[in-house]
Structures are given as C-alpha cells and as structure tokens.
Design a protein around this ligand. Structure first.
Ligand code: PEP
Ligand code: MN
Length: 372
C-alpha cells in the first residue's frame, strides 16, 4: 500500500506526526518514506510493507495530511502502474524531461576513445540542436583482452567538452559501485558542466548488489537495459530494485534478445515490448537500435536496418533512443561496424521526427474511438 501525502507537507508539523504515529501503531507493518523533489514542491510517499490486507484504506485516507491511498499489486510496487494510480510517469534531470510522453535521442560514441573524437561528436550534436548523448567510459567486454574503456581517466575531458557544447546528460555504463563514485568525483572536480545517466548494461541486469548501490544514490537517473537472456518480468523486477532502494528516476531500455532466431541481426529486436512496458510500469522506455541490429546493413529501399528498427520503436511510443555514432567508425575501439557517421546524424534525426509524428497521429486517431 502507498500512502500519498499532501504535496509539500511539513515533516515537522502535526499532520505528518499524526500520520506517522498512526502507522507506527500498526503491527507487522514497516514504513518506508520516499521523497521526490520536484521543480515546485517535495512529494512524500509512504510505502507500507508487510501484511497490508487488513488495513483500512478509508481510515488512512481520512488522516490529516493524507492525499490518497493506493493499493498496489505485488508486482513492481514502486515503478508499476496500479489501479487508480495516477502517480507521474516522468522526471526531470539537469533540465531534461524524461517521460512516457516525450522523446529524447542519445546519439554518441559507444566507447570514448580520444578527446578529438569526443569533441567532434559533441560539436556535431550541438550543431543539430541535441543536448543528450551516450559515451561509454567503462566497457564490459566479452574478452578480457579487449579494450575495457578508458575509465575514470577520460571523465574530466568528457565532462568539460560536454559543458563546452551544451550537452546536459550523458548516458554512461557503470559496472561497479566504484564507477559511480568516480563519476560523482569527476563531476564535482569539473564543476558539474553536465549530468550523467548511469547505465546498467544487459550483462548486469541481475547484478543485484550493483542495482542496490546505484539505486541508493538518488541524484543521477538510471538507464536499465533489459537482460538479453531473461524474461521481461525478471528485467522489470531488476528495475524495481533500483526504485526500492530510493531511486525511481529509471528509464527501461530494450536492446534486443540473445538468440539465433534474430539472425542476421546481432540480437532479436524486441521493440514490440515498448507499449507493454509502458502499460505495466510508469517508466519511460528506451530503444537501442545499434546493439539490437549490430551492423550498417540496408534493405533494398535504401534504409539501414538501424534506421528501420529505430522508427519501429518510436512509432510504437519509445521515449528515448540510444544510438552509436562515430566520426571514424573504422578507428572505433568498440562496435565500429554498427556506428552511424556524423554526416548521417541530421537524416537520422529527421527519420526519428517522421516516426514520432506518425506515433502522435496514431494516438490522436485512437482517441477518437477510445477517449483517454
Ligand atoms: C552499450 O550500450 O554500450 C552496451 C554495452 O549495451 P548492452 O549492455 O545493451 O550490450
Ligand atoms: Mn557497444
């Protein structure tokens, strides 16, 4: 059960004390307080954990300071959608809105290789009005002998260049708690010229200790990639780990499933699950066409598969696109063969715009038979 308190409630005032006293007297029920700091006010939600079946909703709703009570099913308590649940499906970070109702494109390098490539990428993004990107500093690789990413060493120049070119959020994978600290430290040292969205990669979707550590920090949002060999339900539960530790600024990323059934794509594209995740949870949904497709192959219509599946994700309502670009793919240290060229960025953005417009037209069309 979630007890939603009135917005901006004073935690030292009598209403808050009365609610907490009431809840403290319920036997076998633990209360977890979650605060969401928005642009205008702080929202406080109380999560009641334990056997809540016998609790009296009407009595709790009537307590001073309580706005309403939401009964949640066992699944995805914090991030899920529940009956009569109108909690928000968006959050803000560093001036960027992440929502189930909008679209952000994170085009960038799969892996940071050198300052010149980072700068060329960032400048091209700025030239085309983009304020978000992807830049891997820590790369989990199949082979221990493959390039592992420049790690903490590259963070200062990546952040400074992001600031120089007006980039507000960089999606960056972390594979350990230590990486989170290194990112926090580098942001601090460089004076916060940009923001970071911590990415949990598909190989770590069920690394529960990593999820708990990343979930405990509430400053940076998280992009959780779906595990490539587990069920959707298992991956959604992984996202819930982040939220249950306190961080609910989570975007869920589809990036394809590992099976030969998807050949010749690198992974079996799972973007049909975009609307499913939006229905089951309040998370914005990201698609990663680069790691799904894994090549620059095009169909006879001249459109590359990476463009095709991006459009398929967007026309199904995706809210974020994570996509590999590189100034010189032949020189890329990771995933060069799937990278798009900087000169292709405006055409990629235009294709995204066309698909988004089609999605919005589809929503309007459907509202005529099923008013929202
Ligand atoms: C990535 O986005 O760089 C990446 C490694 O993705 P995934 O975890 O989906 O393989
Ligand atoms: Mn990659």
């Amino acid at each position: 059960m979630i007890v939603i308190l009135e917005p901006g409630i004073d935690k030292s005032g009598p209403d808050y004390t009365a609610v907490m006293d009431y809840l403290a007297n319920l036997s076998g029920i633990q209360v977890r307080v979650h605060e969401e700091t928005g642009a205008q006010q702080v929202l406080t939600e109380l999560y009641l954990v334990g056997d809540t079946k016998g609790l009296k909703d009407v009595e709790i709703s009537a307590l001073p300071g309580v706005e309403r009570v939401v009964r949640v099913s066992q699944e995805y308590r914090v991030l899920g959608r529940h009956k009569d649940d109108n909690r928000s499906s968006h959050f803000e970070y560093n001036g960027v809105t992440f929502s189930q109702n909008n679209l952000n494109i994170f085009a960038g390098l799969c892996a940071v290789d050198n300052p010149s490539h980072v700068e060329q990428m960032m400048k091209t993004l700025q030239d085309h009005g983009q304020v978000t990107t992807r830049m891997g500093a820590y790369k989990p690789r199949t082979s221990p002998y493959a390039f592992q990413g420049h790690g903490a060493e590259c963070l200062p120049y990546v952040f400074e260049l992001a600031g120089k070119y007006g980039i507000k959020v960089i999606a960056m994978e972390v594979t350990s708690d230590q990486h989170v600290h290194e990112i926090q430290q580098a942001l601090e040292q460089t004076g916060h010229p940009t923001g970071v969205m911590l990415q949990i990669g598909t190989r770590n979707t069920q690394n529960f200790e990593l999820l708990k550590a990343v979930g405990r920090q509430q400053e940076m949002p998280v992009l959780l990639k779906r595990g490539f060999g587990i069920t959707l339900e298992e991956s959604l539960n992984a996202a819930e780990y982040l939220a249950s530790e306190g961080n609910r600024k989570v975007v869920f990323g589809l990036r394809g499933m590992k099976t030969n059934m998807g050949d010749p794509h690198r992974n079996f594209v799972d973007f049909a699950h975009v609307p499913v995740v939006k229905r089951l949870t309040r998370m914005p949904v990201c698609v990663d066409p680069s790691h799904s497709v894994g090549s620059r192959e095009a169909s006879p219509d001249g459109i590359m598969d990476v463009f095709h599946v991006t459009a398929q994700g967007i026309i199904a309502g995706a809210n974020m696109v994570l996509v590999d670009f590189h100034p010189a793919p032949a020189k890329a240290l990771v995933d060069g063969p799937q990278a798009l060229l900087l000169s292709e960025l405006p055409y990629f953005l235009e294709d995204c715009r066309i698909a988004r417009e089609a999605y919005e037209a589809r929503v309007k069309n459907m509202q005529r038979i099923r008013p929202a």
